[in-house]
Write a protein that binds this ligand. Structure first.
Ligand SMILES: [Fe+2]
Length: 274
């Protein structure tokens, strides 16, 4: 297996949509990024503009920009699939906001991409994950390796998983030179098979650019073809098909963790009288 053009890789986290957040600043920049994606083996991307602070474009505004970009690449005869989503900053209003239908789920599926605070562990995280699952959504926690409280306690995401979340890591976090703690956390998550998705979180052709072929090749070499096929190729495709990605709960129960009493596994066991 080689990383080459026309691989069926879909990037699930990108700021490729121009002029809506701190990502691509123009259509030309978006096109430049798309050409890089194609060169690096991608066939498409889910566009996930921020939904946080000053970046809170409505769904209809995002759809308008999205359709313009789609038309532009069609006009330029570029073959690249685009899907719309949001990267939603998680707070106490998230469940209400998602349920309102005014936020874009990923490629119109039941998956939602959540960004957590960077420096203080959100007390509401497990409740939020549970509430979203109860409402029919599947939360994916964005770039888990970048949160400073995860550097101090790498077991925290295990609890998020047990409550029904999936885990995304940024591909540039595997570059040691950028930040040692982020690198170490990303490697720990990779070694322990905690990662469901690896995405670029690209913001431009220079800021976390889609030029990631070398890292993809390194991941393929380290983790093997089966893992690569599953995490890099199949899991993103499952989002597009709105197919549920399952984790083995028995495997989960083997994790050495200090979870609170609200884990999904414990809830299920309790429900069945264990
Ligand atoms: Fe992002």
């Amino acid at each position: 297996m080689e990383i080459e053009k026309n691989n069926k890789i879909i990037d699930i986290h990108s700021h490729l949509l121009p002029g809506v957040d701190d990502g691509a600043s123009s259509t030309d920049e978006s096109v430049k990024m798309i050409e890089m994606y194609i060169e690096n083996g991608y066939e498409g991307a889910i566009l996930t503009p921020h939904f946080r602070d000053k970046y809170r474009k409505s769904k209809s505004e995002l759809e308008l920009a999205f359709n313009e970009l789609k038309n532009e690449i069609k006009h330029r005869d570029i073959e690249f699939e685009l899907y719309l989503g949001n990267e939603i900053y998680a707070d106490e209003c998230t469940v209400k906001n998602v349920n309102s239908g005014n936020i874009c789920t990923m490629a119109n599926s039941r998956y939602v991409l959540l960004e957590f605070p960077f420096h203080s562990e959100p007390a509401y995280a497990n409740e939020l994950i549970f509430e979203l699952r109860a409402s029919g959504y599947i939360p994916i926690i964005a770039h888990v390796e970048r949160y400073s409280y995860i550097h101090r306690n790498v077991k925290i995401p295990y609890g998020w998983i047990e409550n029904g979340a999936l885990i995304q890591v940024n591909i540039d976090s595997f570059c040691r030179s950028k930040n040692e703690q982020i690198y170490k956390t990303a490697v720990h998550l990779l070694k322990n098979d905690i990662i469901d998705f690896i995405a670029t979180d690209s913001h431009s052709s220079t800021w976390r650019s889609p030029n990631v072929k070398n890292t993809l090749e390194m991941l393929l070499k380290i983790k093997g073809e089966m893992w690569f096929e599953e995490v890099i190729v199949n899991n993103p495709q499952k989002i597009l098909r709105d197919e549920v990605i399952t984790r083995d709960l028995f495997e989960m129960s083997l994790y050495d963790n200090g979870l609170n009493g609200r884990s999904l596994l414990k809830r299920i066991l309790r429900k069945f009288g264990f």
